[in-house]
Design a protein around this ligand. Sequence first.
Ligand SMILES: *Cc1c(COP(=O)(O)O)cnc(C)c1O
Length: 390
Amino acid sequence: MIDSVLPTYNRAPFSFVKGEGAWLIEADGRRFLDLGAGIAVNALGHANPVLTAALTEQAGRLWHTSNLYQIPQQQALADKLVDATFADTVFFTNSGTESCELAVKMARKYWHEKGDPARTEIITFSGSFHGRSSAGIAAAGSEKMTRGFGPLLPGFVHVPFGDHEAIAPSITHHTAAILIEPIQGEGGIIPVPDQCLKGLRDMCDENGILLILDEVQCGVGRTGKLFAHEWAGIEPDIMMVAKGIGGGFPLGCVLATEEAASGMSAGTHGSTYGGNPLGCAVGNAVMDVVNTPEFLSDVNRKAGSLRQKLEGLIASHPDIFDSVRGQGLMIGLKCKATNTDVVQAGYDQHVLTVPAADNTIRLLPPLTITDEEIGEAVDRLDKAAASLAA
Ligand SMILES: *Cc1c(COP(=O)(O)O)cnc(C)c1O
């Protein structure tokens, strides 16, 4: 008989009942060091007192009014994001998938309003992940996600990741935009090199098309900059955000330049919950903590120390691990052993990691993880690797 919860997930047999910073506590009292952070969501750790205060203070006053009315918390968060980034304007969503939906709609509407409605195609890359809606799966285009869900939303042109030569010939008078994750997350923590992001920006400028970045996983301080594209010194026209921005509360947004957003006039898009007072109260608190030079430089310092320890781990277990990649606290350990076995061995040592494609495990700890916890995490991964080798 089918489970009362639709059986679309393969869940590990843990039922966490409490969180404390980088720790998750099982119903039976066992403590797990969480290097997954709810898949790069709990950027400030579990039960962060600043976020709890922001949420409960707002919860006691007002939860929801809808976008029929002004929402001051939403206005404040939009102002913060505009001040901190390339963007001139922000739309709030409840998830990364919804951010993808709007990014696609915005790019198409831009060309429609420019009088070039044939420009509907969006170039995307193999191994990418943009969410599970019809647009999201069509954008990524993988057999695994799209099989049986056709007919797919048309208008996506898929190019092999890393094949610079393949991009230019794919740009035609039907092209609206290029959509890419600066660091592929689900794909196995695969960074787009800075010079390639610069090359994509140039290509978009030369052809007058839009550059859309999906920073749902790599954004909000995860890489040691507020947004990952800052490392390459470029700016997108449209950017998808979610995960870390809500620190665990479902919140996402789309950032855009005034030009890219020019088609989105009143009535062209909306969301009942998007930008609700609860989500935005938390989002404001997350931004106030993350978007300071001190916080981001601390992320970079800790990332350096974790990276160095992981190089040592790989050297100690050359049969288990192949290499480490990523940026900041968005780290992929490419495995030689089967990645899901490594994750399982970690569970046995009470350390949580997240598998990804390309036989990789992901380390996406809370950005607030301490130096001591970083040491503890690598010790536990070391024990996990040793148990696999035995
Ligand atoms: C998680 C993710 C999404 C989808 O976000 P949801 O909140 O699960 O809808 C989209 N793009 C990237 C890069 C992601 O990592």
